[in-house]
Design a protein around this ligand. Structure first.
Ligand code: NAP
Length: 338
C-alpha cells in the first residue's frame, strides 16, 4: 500500500513511528507493508517511489522543521493537491490542521484524493464538519473509502463500535463528553476551585490545550465530532451549522460548587436527539456513566432494545490518533487488498 501523508505534525509523526514499530506484526497479521512514498508539510514535500527512509525523514523534519530539506527529493512550496493528483499512491492520510471556516487545506486534499481514485484516511475534522454528506457521496461515487476513525475519541473506537457492533439496533439518542481539554478544565475548576482562566493556563502548560484554545473551549471541536457521529451513525445530513453551540468560557467555580452540592456535575455535553444537535454545558448526575473526569471521553448510545450503552476511553493524543489511523488502513487493506 503506497501512502501519501498530507500533513506531518504531531499525528503524522506519531503515525510513522507506530507503523515502523508495528511493521512486522502488521505484515504478519494483515499481509501488507504500508509504504510511505510522499510527505507534504506546510513548507514543501519529499518523495521516493521506493519508500522514504523513515529515520532520515524524521531527522530532516526535526533538524529543519520541514521535509522540503529531505536529501535528494525534498522540494519547497509544493501544492499538496497537485502532488496528490499526480501521484499513483493508493491512500492519502490527511492530517493538516483543522479549519472550521472553509475546511482548507484538508477539504481540497480530500476531494482531490477521492476524485483521482485514492482512498482517504483523515484525522482532520474540518472538512467533515463542513461537508461530510458531500464527501461521503464522492467516496461512494468513486468506490473509494473515506475513513475518519481518528476524528472522534482518538484511539477509543466510538465510531467503529456503533457502526459495527450495533447493526439492527435503533439508536434513539447519543450524548457524550468528546473533548478532553474542556473536561480537564471543568474537572480542575471543580476540584480545586480554579477560575476558568487559571484552569485553562494549567491545561496549556500540560499540553492539553492549544495556544489558541477557541475551538476547544467554545465547543466547536465537540460540535464537529457531533456532526461526524450524526452523519455516520445516525445517517443524518448535519453540518456544523445545524449544531446549537455554547462553550464553557463563562462557567464559574461558584456554579460548579453549587452543582456539586446538588450531586450533579457541569460537563460540556454533545447531544444528538431525533432532529436536533447541541453542544452546551449541562448538569449531569455524578453517577451517570457519561460523567467521566479529567481528559477522559465518554459516549452513551441510548438504544431501543439494549438500553443505554456507554463507551469510555482516552480522547485525542498523537499516538492514540495514530492507532485509529492504523485501524483505518487495515480496514482498507481488508476490503480492497491494496
Ligand atoms: N493531535 C491530536 O491529538 C489530534 C487528535 C485527533 C485529531 N487531530 C487532528 O489531526 C490533524 C493533525 O493534528 P496534529 O496535532 O498533527 O497537527 P499539527 O501538529 O499542527 O500538524 C499539522 C501538519 O499539517 C501541515 N500543514 C499545515 N498546512 C499545510 C498545507 N497547506 N499543506 C500541507 N501541510 C500543511 C503542518 O506543516 P508544518 O509541519 O510545516 O507546520 C503540519 O505538518 C488536525 O486536523 C487535528 O485537529 C489531532
Amino acid at each position: 500500500m503506497r501512502i501519501i501523508f498530507a500533513g506531518f505534525g504531531t499525528v503524522g509523526q506519531a503515525l510513522i513511528k507506530v507503523l515502523r514499530q508495528d511493521e512486522q506484526r502488521i505484515v504478519q497479521a494483515y499481509g501488507f507493508r504500508p509504504q510511505l512514498t510522499t510527505i507534504v508539510d506546510s513548507q514543501g514535500s519529499c518523495f521516493d517511489e521506493a519508500g522514504l527512509n523513515i529515520p532520515l525523514v524524521l531527522k530532516t523534519k526535526e533538524k529543519y522543521g520541514t521535509v522540503a530539506k529531505y536529501p535528494g527529493s525534498g522540494r519547497r512550496n509544493d501544492d499538496s493537491t497537485r502532488i496528490i493528483s499526480d501521484s499513483d499512491a493508493e491512500v492519502v492520510v490527511e492530517t493538516t490542521p483543522t479549519n472550521f471556516k472553509d475546511g482548507e487545506p484538508g477539504l481540497s486534499n480530500i476531494k482531490t484524493a477521492l476524485s483521482t481514485g485514492k482512498h482517504v484516511v483523515t484525522a482532520n475534522k474540518g472538512p467533515l464538519a463542513l461537508a461530510m454528506p458531500a464527501l461521503l457521496e464522492l467516496a461512494r461515487h468513486r468506490n473509494r473509502r473515506l475513513c475518519f476513525s481518528g476524528t472522534v475519541g482518538g484511539g477509543t473506537p466510538f465510531l467503529d463500535f456503533a457502526a459495527k457492533c450495533m447493526p439492527g439496533e435503533r439508536i434513539a439518542r447519543i450524548k457524550g463528553i468528546l473533548n478532553g481539554t474542556t473536561n480537564y478544565i471543568l474537572t480542575r475548576m471543580e476540584n480545586s476551585s480554579l477560575t476558568f482562566q487559571k484552569a485553562l493556563a494549567e491545561a496549556q502548560k500540560k499540553g492539553y490545550a492549544e495556544k489558541d484554545p477557541t475551538n476547544d473551549v467554545e465547543g466547536f471541536d465537540t460540535a464537529a465530532k457531533i456532526v461526524i457521529i450524526a452523519n455516520w451513525i445516525l445517517a443524518k445530513s448535519f453540518s456544523l451549522r445545524d449544531v446549537d453551540i455554547t462553550g464553557i468560557s463563562k462557567i464559574t467555580p461558584r456554579k460548579l460548587r453549587a452543582a456539586q452540592a446538588l450531586g450533579v456535575k457541569v460537563k460540556l455535553i454533545g447531544r444528538i436527539e431525533e432532529s436536533s444537535a447541541s453542544v452546551r454545558p449541562e448538569e449531569i448526575r455524578a453517577d451517570d456513566p457519561t460523567c467521566v473526569p479529567d481528559t477522559l471521553n465518554a459516549l452513551t448510545f441510548s438504544t431501543e432494545h439494549a438500553g443505554d450503552i456507554t463507551l469510555i476511553g482516552p480522547g485525542a493524543g498523537g499516538e492514540r490518533t495514530a492507532s485509529a489511523i492504523v485501524r483505518d488502513l487495515v480496514s482498507i487493506r481488508k476490503e480492497y487488498a491494496v
